[in-house]
Structure formats: C-alpha cells, structure tokens
Design a protein around this ligand. Structure first.
Ligand SMILES: [Fe+2]
Length: 330
C-alpha cells in the first residue's frame, strides 16, 4: 500500500525520537546509488525538523573498502548517529565495530516505506527482545525440533547475543528498522542433528518460500548433506557455487518476536523487501548458514543464508521458549 510522504516523515520523526536523536547532534546518512529516495527525503525532512547537523556520505566501496577511507571513517566515528542505507554489516569489511566503538548509534534502514510505517518499533518490542536475550545469554544448549523431522542441538555461550528491536537508543548500539528477533552463534563445531525445511519456510537471499521439503544433515557444525527435490537442488547448487567449505557452517540461530511482522509479506512485496518481516515474524526459528564474524568468530564467507522456519519448537537448556512456532513469553 502506498505511503504518503507526510505519513512517512511523521514516522521517521517518531523513530528518530525513539533513537533519542536531538537538536545539535551530528547525523550521517550513509547512502548508495539506488537507496530508497522516499526514505532518504523523509529522513532529511525529519532531521531538519529536529535541528541536527546532517551530512550525506556516499562512499565508493566497490574497489576499496570503506575502512581504508580514513576521512570518511573519521567522519562516521565522529557522528552521534548514523543512518545506514548501505548495509555496512553485509559487506564483511569490518567497519561497524570501528564506528560504534566511539558510542555512535547506528540504524540500518533498507525496507520500503510501506514496511517502515507498518512496523514502527515500540518500547515493548525492545523489552520483549531484551527479556528473551537474558534467557539466551544464560543458556548453554539450544535445541530445535519440529514435527517435520528437525532435531538439532548446539552448544552456545562462546559468541555474542544479537538483539534487534528496530531502533537504536543506546550508545554504540546497532539496530535495524524494522526488526524483532534475537540470535547467537553456536560454539565452533557443536551443531549436530537434522534440519528439515518445509513448504512455507523462507530462504534469503532467494527471497522465496520453500515449496518442497529440504533435509539438511548436520554434523560437527557443518551441513554434510542436502537432500530433497527441486528446492534442495537449488540450495545445493547455490551453496556449491561459492566453492567455499565455510559456506556450510551453521551460523546465527534465534527466534522472531515481532507480533506485527508478517510471514506473508514476502508474497506481497517480493524482491522489493529486504526480508525483515520474514526474519522477525513471531515464533519463527531463524536458522542460518555461513560466517560467524558478526558474533565474534573468525569464520568468514560470502555465502550467507537466513532461513526463517515455521512450526519449530526451540528450547534452551531443556526449557522451551517457542512451541510449534508459538512464542512462550515467561
Ligand atoms: Fe543473517
């Protein structure tokens, strides 16, 4: 559904207020060619209303990493708040920590206006994600099961816990609007079992729903076998194209906590969405493969899949946190 610019500006203003962006702060807009013009214009408008010092930075990052651009890096490190329309974390060139270590707050925005307006973050979203985060932080074993045949266990605790709740209001915090999930990375080599993807589960970056079951046999932290029909063939071929054994590692694992994010959004928005409805819808188990550098590990690979799964039951140290796709808040 089309969103009017005035509605979008109001929404941006609200989210920037939640991020505690205030008059006199320096705000960087980190952009790229093709960034959503409606979002960019609305951000400028709202930041002007607040009374911020605003500048736009559109670095050339195809041939040289931003990290090597000292002037640009210092500009970002000296900003109070950064709106990232690029997705720095996706580049795998490690600027994020260098920027946020200064205390700069950072918000990644890539979804279309329709999704931003529909998924305005709330304080309750943050509290819910934080409460789940406490459970995840304290746990040492995560197990996921489903009626479709999924039964995988991993040891956790060696890597950080990622909380995404849709706004960035604390020094050094990175977030993504919209969002509503949490995750951590398994201890090295500890993932074992079987993951069965079912019709309706989503594979990113394909941005498509699985239509036929895919069985993943996992041992010692890596997928060892991919079996099934067409969907399995597609997945197997895509991963093989990277010619990188690290592509098969089990990466971040967690679950969705947004009651407003929609499993169906992908069917409507198609390639126009970056997929955070899919990653955030309540009760999904977010399985993923590839790197663990974002969690503090050393495994780097360009092959990264996010796979939100429905109808899974997740437990931490034997205590259920979701049951057949339903979040157990307690
Ligand atoms: Fe991911």
């Amino acid at each position: 559904m089309a969103v009017t610019q005035s509605e979008l500006v109001r929404t941006w203003r609200h989210v920037l207020d939640m991020c505690k962006v205030h008059s006199g702060e320096t705000v960087a807009l980190l952009t790229r060619p093709g960034a959503n013009a409606q979002n960019l214009a609305a951000a400028y408008h709202a930041l002007e209303d607040i009374g911020c010092h605003v500048f736009e930075l559109q670095p050339l990052i195809k041939s040289r990493p931003l990290r090597e651009n000292k002037v640009a890096m210092e500009a970002l490190r000296n900003s109070n708040f950064i709106l990232d329309f690029i997705g720095l974390h996706l580049l795998r060139t490690y600027e994020l920590d260098l920027i946020t270590e200064t205390g700069a707050r950072m918000l990644y925005v890539v979804e279309p206006p329709e999704a931003l307006v529909r998924l305005v973050p709330t304080v309750e979203d943050k509290l819910r994600v934080q409460r789940a985060g406490e459970k995840l932080r304290g746990a040492r074993k995560l197990r996921v099961q489903s009626d479709a045949g999924t039964d995988m266990s991993v040891a956790i605790g060696d890597y950080k816990v990622l909380l995404e709740y849709g706004y960035s209001d604390e020094p050094g915090h990175w977030d993504h609007w919209p969002a509503g999930f949490l995750a951590t990375w398994p201890n090295e080599g500890s993932a074992n079992g079987v993951v069965v993807l079912e019709a309706g589960d989503i594979i990113f970056p394909f941005k498509s729903y699985v239509r036929s079951p895919i069985r993943l046999d996992i041992e010692g932290g890596y997928i060892r076998k991919i079996s099934g029909g067409f969907d399995a063939d597609l997945l197997r071929e895509f991963m093989a194209q990277h010619k990188d054994p690290e592509a098969y590692a089990v990466s971040h694992l967690g679950w969705g906590l947004s009651s407003r994010a929609r499993w169906t959004a992908l069917a409507l928005l198609g390639q126009g969405t970056n997929g955070n409805d899919g990653r955030s819808f309540e009760g999904n188990f977010l399985f993923s493969t590839g790197p663990n550098t974002d969690g503090g590990g050393k495994r780097d690979t360009l092959c990264h899949l996010d796979i939100p799964m429905r109808n899974c039951s997740v437990s931490l140290d034997g205590v259920p946190v979701t049951e057949r796709g339903v979040v157990l808040d307690n």
